[in-house]
Design a protein around this ligand. Structure first.
Ligand code: NAG
Ligand code: NAG
Ligand code: NAG
Length: 718
């Protein structure tokens, strides 16, 4: 017949025409009459009966259901005239074909048959539901092509057909759905290109075409979708470049294009998408550098460019992305140093590139990190000692297959998942590694020694260990003599791991460094302060309250406790962690000594040596004490503080600036010896950083601090 003379590709169009001709107007009129009849009569109308009958025939309701009207059935809503407006049979275990006599439902607004086991094709007659605005058929087993008759349903706003087995290509008629705001065709078996008519859907806010077999290139018309906030085209077979017109879709927030065959470079027009928060371009064939314009997208939270062929170095502008929490640039061809200065990152993957340089150690880095993967690069230098302490949240750290040297910082043992294999680490494996970690975590480091799954030789005894220490302190030959005579190095800024014992409480949640007579028990502290009773409170610091506690041993300590509400404030918690980090790194006779700390869900505090006379500020205010603080004592205080500052500025690597030297932060012991305290705002100075003049802390005291140093030392680095 007529069909035989047409090419196969014209069949849908012919069917469309026949359908319009046969069903369009005639049925409309017939249905109109039925509706009018129903509305006119108060009793059960013919249409209601027909609707009930049609619904009953679907088998989606139990057969004993009252026949006369469907309005009170489960999942049915009717209008005032008794005509069905909504059918909701989601999650009812429905099977069989999607067979409903659509011609009896002219008022249907919403059809929800999602999450069942419906099979077969979506009937073309679905195009008769002229008032349909919501169509939910997702999570079924529907097959066959996407019914082109849907193009007739110009009221449609929400279409969810995802999670079926719909095949064929997306019909160009989709462009007729002017009111469409949400279209999801994810997880089907759609093939062919994205029709360019998609550009007509100017009300579209979300478009999900992911997990199909869609091919061809992304139509440039995509840029016409001015209201689009979500575009998910991931896991398809799209080719060609990202169209530069994408820059016009300025409302785009979520853009997923991973796992396709997209090539070319990342268009700089992406920099126009100021609202973008998530950008996933992984697993494509993108080349060229990361356009630095991308780092003007300050709302970006997640950026995944992994598994492409992106080269060049990581633009330093990446530091502008203050909201970024997820960054994956793994498996590319990136060169140059690792970025630094990302303050809010939780997940960082830079693995499998050609990155070099050392692990950046910057005050604000790594605070919130959970997952760090820097493996398979050319990273050299030592692992920053404070990495494990600084990053209270770190649960996974992969530094394997690099060129790291030096010792393993003991603080790393608390990181649950750690991989340091295939580096050039040396020296003693910290206690506890054996217990906490699997055997592959350290292999491929030839010069490690100590207890670890019987893989490494035991460490050489005493004499040799002195030699090891000498190696650590090699640049400081002047202190060799002290070491040999067993003197204690008090004035050198080197992390002395042998003095620090890492301990874990019974519930495994507390982690801390103790170096006070070897032992302080959490329980003793709670007991000594009667669980931080106000009576033991002796003051407040920049944050938290300070308590005095007498331990069972007779020793008196000071405790600075971060209150629960403060602990939830990233600024205070940051200061707290900062203080831990700085004070575990340094040791000087004029710097307050940190005996230990506790970081726990319910309790966060620092343990210091106790200073009998409190702060210099208080002493100067008390007339008797101020008299007792005679001129020679005052000179000694100035000398002590000057020594400590000089030590922090010149002998510590990196330099430490306190940034809040004031009489409040200078503590005095019973002999009026001065100690610098309160390192919450102290900063470790990156030698190349430009922020060496940053002013924080107690403003009126900044100048005297500077003056003091400027006067006594010519090198002023505050
Ligand atoms: C069936 O439904 C109608 C209308 O809601 C009601 O009047 C009638 O009593 C019902 N009959 C039975 C057998 O439940
Ligand atoms: C990046 O790769 C391209 C080839 O894909 C090459 O032309 C370009 O020189 C490379 N750039 C750098 C910085 O290596
Ligand atoms: C880190 O990345 C490498 C290479 O991309 C991968 O093989 C490894 O499994 C990753 N490590 C972790 C802990 O996920």
């Amino acid at each position: 017949m007529a069909v035989s003379s047409l090419s196969i590709s014209n069949i849908p169009i012919v069917a469309w025409a026949i359908w319009i001709f046969l069903c369009g107007n005639c049925l409309d009129n017939a249905l109109h009459q039925l509706v009018n009849v129903a509305a006119a009569s108060g009793s059960i109308s013919d249409l209601q009966l027909e609707q009930a009958k049609a619904l009953q025939e679907t088998g989606w309701w139990p057969s004993s259901t009252n026949y006369s009207s469907a309005c009170h059935w489960d999942g049915i809503t009717c209008n005032d005239g008794g005509s069905v407006t909504s059918i909701d049979r989601s999650l009812q275990g429905l099977g069989g074909q999607l067979k409903l006599n659509f011609s009896f439902f002219p008022n249907l607004v919403s059809l929800n048959l999602s999450r069942n086991n419906l099979q077969g094709h979506i009937p073309l007659e679905i195009g008769m539901l002229k008032n349909l605005t919501i169509l939910y058929l997702y999570s079924n087993m529907l097959v066959g092509p996407f019914p082109f008759t849907i193009g007739h349903l110009t009221n449609l706003e929400y279409v969810f057909l995802d999670g079926n087995k719909i095949n064929g290509s997306i019909p160009p008629e989709i462009g007729m759905l002017k009111n469409l705001t949400f279209l999801s065709l994810s997880s089907n078996m759609l093939v062919g290109p994205i029709p360019s008519t998609i550009g007509h859907l100017t009300n579209l806010r979300s478009l999900y075409l992911d997990r199909n077999k869609i091919n061809g290139s992304i139509p440039s018309e995509i840029g016409m979708l001015k209201n689009l906030t979500t575009l998910d085209l991931s896991s398809n077979m799209l080719i060609g470049p990202i169209p530069s017109t994408i820059g016009h879709a300025t409302n785009l927030k979520y853009f997923y294009l991973g796992q396709n065959k997209i090539n070319g470079s990342i268009p700089s027009e992406i920099g126009m998408l100021k609202n973008l928060t998530d950008l996933f371009l992984s697993l494509n064939i993108l080349v060229g550098p990361i356009p630095s314009i991308m780092f003007h997208l300050t709302n970006l939270r997640s950026l995944d460019l992994s598994q492409n062929k992106i080269n060049g170095s990581i633009p330093p502008e990446i530091g502008m992305l203050k909201n970024l929490s997820y960054l994956n640039l793994g498996s590319n061809a990136l060169t140059g140093p690792i970025l630094s200065n990302l303050t809010n990152l939780e997940y960082l993957d830079l693995s499998a590139n050609y990155l070099n340089g050392s692990i950046p150690y910057h005050q604000d880095n790594f605070y919130w990190m959970r997952d760090v993967n820097l493996s398979h690069n050319c990273i050299s230098g030592e692992i920053p000692v404070a990495l494990g302490i600084n990053v209270a949240h770190l649960s996974s750290l992969d530094l394997s297959y690099n060129k790291l040297t030096g010792h393993i910082p003991p603080s790393l043992i608390y990181i649950k998942e750690i991989n340091l294999s295939h580096n050039s680490l040396k020296g003693q494996i910290p206690n506890g590694f054996d217990k906490h970690h699997k055997s592959h975590t350290l292999i491929g480091n030839r010069d490690l020694c100590g207890q670890f799954k019987n893989i490494f030789p035991p460490c050489p005894k005493s004499k040799k260990s002195i030699i090891t220490k000498i190696e650590i302190f090699a640049p400081i030959t002047t202190f060799l003599g002290f070491l040999v005579i067993g003197g204690i190095i008090l004035s050198r800024c080197v992390f002395k791991e042998n003095q620090l014992e890492l301990r874990e409480s019974k519930d495994g949640n507390i982690f801390s460094i103790w170096n006070y007579d070897g032992h302080i028990a959490y329980e003793d502290i709670i007991e000594a302060t009667e669980n931080f009773d106000i009576r033991y409170c002796i003051g407040t610091g920049g944050y938290g309250s300070v308590y005095k506690a007498k331990l069972p041993s007779g020793n008196v300590i000071a405790l600075k406790k971060l209150h629960q509400r403060e602990a939830e404030n990233p600024f205070f918690f940051g200061s707290f962690i900062n203080e831990v980090r700085v004070l575990t790194e340094i040791r000087h006779r004029n710097i307050v000594k940190l005996h230990g700390f506790c970081v726990h869900k319910r309790c966060k505090f620092l343990i210091y040596e106790y200073m009998e006379r409190g702060s210099l500020f208080c002493v100067l205010r008390n007339i008797d004490e101020a008299i007792e603080l005679d001129w020679s004592k005052r000179v000694n205080i100035i000398k002590g503080i000057a020594h400590a500052l000089s030590y922090m500025h010149h002998e510590c690597i990196p330099s430490i600036v306190h940034r809040d030297i004031s009489s409040n932060n200078i503590l005095l012991n019973s002999e009026f010896h001065a100690f610098i305290s309160n390192f919450g705002t102290a900063k470790l100075l990156d030698p190349d950083s430009s922020n060496q003049t940053l002013v924080v802390g107690t403003y009126s005291y900044i100048a005297p601090g500077k003056l003091l140093i400027g006067y006594l030392y010519s090198k002023n680095v505050i």
